[in-house]
Every structure is written in structure tokens, then in C-alpha cells.
Design a binder for this molecule. Structure first.
Ligand SMILES: [Zn+2]
Length: 382
């Protein structure tokens, strides 16, 4: 048993001082520090740092030069390792719209990595499944996705991989989209996410009633909120679905953050949507067969279309706290418990509740990560 003392512990709805966090592979609980010292065989002194649940990135394509859609399992291992420094303890490698055969191959790799990453010796964050973004999207809102590989929604293609795919982003207004929604809702536990969509408000509401329970990078690549035409954004804000947000201040202006925090509360989900250029210098990169340019925090295709981000999730937490005017525990929650719930991972992930995996991070005041613990094993120290 191990214990963390002298920390400011971030629970989903509060910050707690003067308690020790006791854990082995799972969280045991918050107890009196003297009792913890008597029971634990290893004591970590947090020296006043925040003790938070490990962050859960449910939408991330690449990091440190590699991309999930390149279909090489070593790339995903490299991501898993690199993300530890950002406080990410579990994530869903996310595919782009590429050839279906490639997606099937990535699914099979991730199936193996889900098992492999449970080992205490695995040198990275846990791979908790996969987010499939596309290919069942609307060409009219393809964003930086490659139109050549877009397909019509087809549940039969997805069903063989229902054990691997935790989230699927699709456009329910495409032919067969509602049937796809109903079947996957009935036959799988996959979290259905509306995104890269031209649905109008009514179509989006129909999809939500049929089983869509989250929205993908809300505001980006979907119909906007207009007062006579509320669009997918209007449906996402009017209902209690989970809403992803890229909190890099570029994809969505920071003036939107307080509104999202107020309207969505515990349904707001921070993601990075990071590309291979995240963690890398400015320059030209490639994305699902398309060239894009990174300059500062902006990734764009040659025609100016905005691509994914270079955000680190701990920076996103800081941005939401600072520009959303909410306490740190609430910003952390958006990148941990809310994120886990939005992908049906909350039985083991997302908070420091007893019985959950001991995924724990220590952070300073600026959300710099000092230590990352995955299922009770310290895998990163600054
Ligand atoms: Zn994405």
C-alpha cells in the first residue's frame, strides 16, 4: 500500500486538505495522515501540490511526430509514453477518415494494446480503447478529414469491433444515419457522438432522441447556433449530452469557455484533438494523406482549413480554469470524470473514488505535471 500526504486533493466537487490518499493498484480512500503513515509501506510527500485524478483524453490522433492512422502499433506506444508528461493516464487513440481496411487493422492493433497497456511494466498511459472519428461523416463538414474515404453509416462494419471502439464520431443526417444510431445503441456500449455534421437542429434532436449521447469538438465542423436556425450547437446546448471542447483558445474563442462551463456543467468534456505535430516544432506535417502546417498553436491545411490541435491536456485544464472562471477541481473534472463518463469508462477511470484504478497525478499551481501514477505505478516524475 502507498499513501500521498501533504497534498490538496481534487475530488469531483471539492478540494480537500489534511487527508492522505491511500492506494495500491486501486484507490483505497482518503484517510487521516497518521493512520496512512502506519499502514503504507511507501509515503509520497506532495509538498502542497495538487493531487488529482489522472487525465483521460478521449480524442487524440497523435503526439510527438506519430499518428494513430499510420497504422503502426509502435506509434501508439510512443504516444502512450509521451502523454505521461501531460498528466494523461488513459486515452483513446483516435483515427481519422482513412481507408476502411486501414481502420480495421488499427482496431486489431488497439485490441492488443488494450491488454498490453494493463501491465505494470508498460511504459505509458493506459490505452482504454479507441475513438473512431469518421469515416461516416458529412462531406460538407469534412474539415481536415479526407473526403475520398468517407462512407455511409453502416453498423455492420462497426459491430465486429464493438469491444475496441468506445466512441464513434459520425453524421446522423447521412442516409442510414438514424438506423445506424438505433442499432449501435441497442447492440453495443459504444458512445455515439455527433460530429463533422451538417444536421439542422431538428435532425440533431432526432439523433439525440435515437441515442446520440455526446458531441464531437463542439462548435467545430458542425452547424452553428443562429437565432433562427439553432443547428447542432443549439441541440447540444439544449440537451444534457456530453460536449467535447478543444480548450486551446484557437479552435474555440476563450469567451465561449464560461458559457460552456455554465450551460454544460458536468457534461463538458475537454479533449486535445492533438495531431502528430503536438509536442513538435513549427513546420509541415502530414495528416491522413494531406499536408498541413503548424505555426504557433495553429494547424492548417494549405487551403487554410483548420486541422486538429497541438494542445496538451494539462494546458487545456489550466485554460478552462483561467478563462472559464471555474475552480481547478471543476476544470480537472472536465478532463477526467466527465471525459470518462462520455466514453463509458467511469467504472474504473476519472476520479479518486475508492475502487477505481489508482490513476493519480501531482500538479503545481500552473498545472505543470510533477508526477504521473498509472494503476498504482509511478511512470513519470518531472
Ligand atoms: Zn479529431
Amino acid at each position: 500500500m502507498k499513501a500521498i500526504v501533504n497534498g490538496r486533493v481534487l475530488l469531483p466537487d471539492s478540494e480537500v486538505k489534511g487527508k492522505a490518499l491511500l492506494y495500491d493498484q486501486r484507490i483505497i480512500g482518503l484517510i487521516d495522515p497518521d493512520a496512512a503513515k502506519a499502514q503504507a509501506d511507501e509515503i509520497i510527500d506532495a509538498q502542497g501540490a495538487y493531487v488529482a485524478p489522472g487525465l483521460v483524453d478521449v480524442h487524440i490522433h497523435g503526439y510527438n511526430g506519430v499518428d494513430v492512422s499510420d497504422n503502426d502499433p509502435d506509434d501508439i506506444r510512443k504516444m502512450a509514453h509521451g502523454l505521461l508528461a501531460n498528466g494523461v493516464t488513459s486515452f483513446l487513440p483516435t483515427t481519422l477518415t482513412v481507408a476502411w481496411e486501414t481502420l480495421e487493422s488499427v482496431c486489431r492493433h488497439i485490441r492488443g494494446l488494450m491488454e498490453e497497456s494493463l501491465s505494470p511494466d508498460f511504459n505509458g498511459a493506459q490505452i482504454a480503447g479507441m475513438h473512431m472519428e469518421g469515416p461516416f461523416i458529412n462531406p460538407g463538414k469534412k474539415g481536415a478529414q479526407n473526403e475520398a474515404y468517407i462512407l455511409r453509416p453502416d453498423a455492420d462494419k462497426v459491430l465486429p469491433f464493438r469491444d475496441v471502439i468506445k466512441v464513434i464520431t459520425f453524421a446522423p443526417e447521412m442516409p442510414g444515419g438514424l438506423e445506424f444510431t438505433r442499432r449501435l445503441r441497442q447492440e453495443t456500449n459504444i458512445a455515439l457522438s455527433i460530429g463533422h455534421t451538417s444536421a439542422n437542429f431538428d435532425q440533431a434532436m432526432d439523433a439525440i432522441h435515437a441515442g446520440v449521447m455526446r458531441s464531437t469538438h463542439t462548435f467545430n465542423a458542425m452547424t452553428p447556433l443562429m437565432h433562427r436556425d439553432p443547428g447542432v450547437v443549439g441541440a447540444a446546448l439544449n440537451t444534457d449530452i456530453y460536449t467535447e471542447l478543444i480548450p486551446d483558445t484557437f479552435h474555440v474563442n476563450k469567451g465561449i469557455f464560461p458559457m460552456m462551463a455554465r450551460l454544460k456543467g458536468n457534461k463538458l468534456v475537454l479533449i486535445t484533438d492533438a495531431l502528430r505535430s503536438a509536442g513538435m516544432p513549427d513546420g509541415e506535417y502530414e495528416n491522413g494523406g494531406q499536408v498541413f502546417v503548424l505555426k504557433g498553436i495553429e494547424c492548417r491545411l494549405k487551403d487554410g482549413t483548420i486541422a486538429g490541435s497541438v494542445l496538451k491536456l494539462n494546458q487545456g485544464v489550466r485554460n478552462l480554469r483561467d478563462y472559464g472562471y471555474i475552480p481547478l477541481y471543476a476544470a480537472v473534472r472536465a478532463a477526467s470524470l466527465n471525459a470518462a463518463e462520455s466514453a463509458h469508462l467511469e467504472d474504473r477511470k476519472g476520479s479518486l473514488a475508492p475502487g477505481k484504478d489508482a490513476d493519480i497525478i501531482l500538479m503545481d499551481e500552473d498545472c505543470n505535471v510533477l508526477r504521473t501514477i498509472v494503476r498504482g505505478v509511478c511512470k513519470y516524475t518531472k
